[in-house]
Ligand binder design. Structure first.
Ligand code: ZN
Length: 187
């Protein structure tokens, strides 16, 4: 059975047996938190459990590396929506050790792209159109620096209220241990 079929089959039972009841909450985060973190599979359950973030407690935004690459991109927009429309009051940026974005070189992805049959001309066309593919597909050197940079981006964003705490944290994907990089109350 394919992954999709098995998900759909499971889902039918889930709904029929009303297993959703235990998850019912509202769209407003009870802890008034918005968290940006990484899509790493190890963090799916570990991160909320290690932080005592229950279902309904926080808006959780995820991408590769918990990176905010543009002040007017979709991540920053999601943070603004959480703060202004969904009653969040504080922002947590949570990177993690052993992140796939740490040390990622664009050449690694570009090699695989061409191996999978994307024509080199396509890449050239994108570069000619002004897309900085190399920069866009490059990760970061040090997780703490990336977290601090993302905190700065939010902290200094023209649409973020001055009294909004923005915290920077790094979590261990094995133990769940959290280290504070930036304490948003002290900034
Ligand atoms: Zn990661």
């Amino acid at each position: 059975m394919s992954i999709l079929d098995s998900m759909i089959e499971f889902n039918q039972r889930f709904v029929e047996e009303k297993k959703y009841e235990q998850y019912q909450t509202t769209k407003f985060p009870d802890k008034k938190l918005v968290i940006l973190t990484c899509m790493d599979t190890r963090l799916t359950h570990l991160l909320p459990n290690a932080l005592n973030v229950k279902n309904g407690d926080a808006k959780i935004i995820k991408n590769a590396g918990a990176v905010i690459s543009h002040p007017f991109g979709s991540i920053m927009r999601s943070i603004l929506v959480a703060l202004y429309e969904l009653k969040a009051d504080e922002v947590c940026i949570i990177g993690h050790h052993g992140c796939g974005m740490a040390g990622l070189k664009s050449s690694s992805i570009i090699d695989k792209v061409t191996e999978r049959g994307i024509e080199k001309e396509t890449l050239e066309t994108l570069r000619f159109a002004g897309v900085d593919i190399e920069n866009w597909l490059t990760g970061f050197d040090k997780v703490e620096d990336n977290v601090a940079h993302s905190v700065d981006m939010v902290r200094n964003h023209p649409l973020i209220p001055e009294d909004t705490p923005v915290h920077g944290l790094v979590i261990c994907p094995e133990t769940g241990k959290l280290d504070v990089v930036v304490n948003g109350y002290k900034e």
